[in-house]
Design a protein around this ligand. Sequence first.
Ligand SMILES: *[C@@H]1O[C@H](CO)[C@@H](O)[C@H](O)[C@H]1NC(C)=O
Ligand SMILES: *[C@@H]1O[C@H](CO)[C@@H](O)[C@H](O)[C@H]1NC(C)=O
Ligand SMILES: *[C@@H]1O[C@H](CO)[C@@H](O)[C@H](O)[C@H]1NC(C)=O
Length: 407
Amino acid sequence: MKFKYSIPVVFVLALVIIEKENNIISKVSDKLVVKQPPMVLDSSSSLQTQKPKQKHILLLATTRTGSSFVGEFFNQQGDNMFYLFEPLWHVEKMLTLEGGGTNATASAKAYRDVLQQLFLCDFSLLESFIDPPPVDHVTANLFRRWSSSSLCADSVCSPFAQGDIEKFHCRARKCGPLNLTLAAQSCREKQHRAIKSVRVRQLDTLRPLAEDPRLDVKFIHLVRDPRAVLASRMVAFETYKNWKEWGARGGDVPLDDDEVKKLKGNCDNIRMSAQAGLRQPKWLRGRYLLVRYEDIARFPARKAAEMYRFAGIPFTPQVKSWIARNTQVSPKEASGVFSLKRNSSEHVEKWRFGLPFKIAQVVQRVCRPTLKLFGYKVVNSEKMLTDRSISLIEDKVSARYRLGRYL
Ligand SMILES: *[C@@H]1O[C@H](CO)[C@@H](O)[C@H](O)[C@H]1NC(C)=O
Ligand SMILES: *[C@@H]1O[C@H](CO)[C@@H](O)[C@H](O)[C@H]1NC(C)=O
Ligand SMILES: *[C@@H]1O[C@H](CO)[C@@H](O)[C@H](O)[C@H]1NC(C)=O
């Protein structure tokens, strides 16, 4: 019994320490932003004051956590941002082994190297993962090109020829296949660069990026209630059909099934990455921001402004108005599995009425430390799960951990 009570005490103490440090760190980093000297590219030291003045934002998430929505916060920034949407899709696809899955060690290294090059506006390593390979650095196959406004801007939109196929269209205009030489040029002309990825498993595999003196990388780690993520994947992904079947049969899940192990693995990866960030090792100081999707859904403009402040980039009116346009919509407009346009504060609770309680319990069983770390309340009955008046998001944890503050 004694042991049981000693845990919360240690916990609270640790939080107080974290909180104190955070105050110092955010003050210090405020000063550093002001004092930053002009770009120093050939520095061999990784001291903060010698970092280049471009910012490199890496938005890290997993699928169904709202990362496309949050990625738009940067995609919509305007003329100073070069944004790429899931470039690692190609890397994962090429490294997928027969029978599915990738070798985690090999893919982590490839992800890291490709990201590092892309932040330096070098597409050559990425090109080696595009299938079929680009010809003269031109490709018709870049994944979701139209999700990067930078890749559809005038300077990157080559003339459209009759007979060109649809998939390299941009949203609002027709462009020819993507000339990556032009993309690299455009990237070098932009002041800041942002990349969104749902593929990186462990934050610490990216340490070389944080320590690269040519880069000033800021990691924004987007997390969401694992129960909501599973509910959303059950609807959106064919590969979750086992879960769907278990759900349809009342939620009885064979706990030794590989799917359950995979769920646990995902939760553990996210938690370990966040713990690495929250521990604030030297290489991550001032470079890690943990954000919960639920907070973004409730306060999108405020959270977006916080991310920009953290990144050290001015928050533009374009972003603000994009958020306003895309978070307050009628229910009719809000439908669609992959829709970005929706009433985000309502959307955030929807899973509670679709996920069988027994499945929620399975998630709670294997992801408990993750739920706890991020402040998601465990439900102990179906009634509690579906009672809208009970919030499952703890605010006090967000205050303790300073979610959305510089960590
Ligand atoms: C995964 O890749 C690493 C590095 O390329 C290699 O050393 C290791 O043997 C591979 N593991 C498996 C299980 O294939
Ligand atoms: C791609 O753009 C570069 C830079 O403008 C140009 O030199 C090159 O010819 C273009 N490639 C193709 C195949 O049009
Ligand atoms: C969005 O949903 C919330 C919560 O259900 C509701 O209070 C709000 O009125 C909705 N907004 C719009 C524009 O539909």
